[in-house]
Design a protein around this ligand. Sequence first.
Ligand SMILES: [Zn+2]
Length: 109
Amino acid sequence: MGLFSWRCKICKKEILAPFPAGNKWSQAVVVFENGDVHIGEYDGYGRINGGDLVDAGIFTMYHRHCWEKAGKPMEFAGESDYAEHQGYFFEEHELRRDYPIEGGWKFDD
Ligand SMILES: [Zn+2]
């Protein structure tokens, strides 16, 4: 199965795949409709902390960064939209512009 992702409910930008690992835009928070909350790195393939999100229920997804800035909302806020770039397939200039990371993005020539 290929990469896929969702949009952050706050900033509307995509939860990125963890390449490079630990980039802040792949650090995510998931709040399920039933109240369960999971925080960790999104793996790009539908899992957070090893737990599968697909078929696990309806959830709101956030970047951890946005969720913390918003005061850590713990309530389900509606289903998150799918991410059209699958959390990965961006042009370099789009990543540099929309998803700044510490140290900057490194691309192979
Ligand atoms: Zn966000």
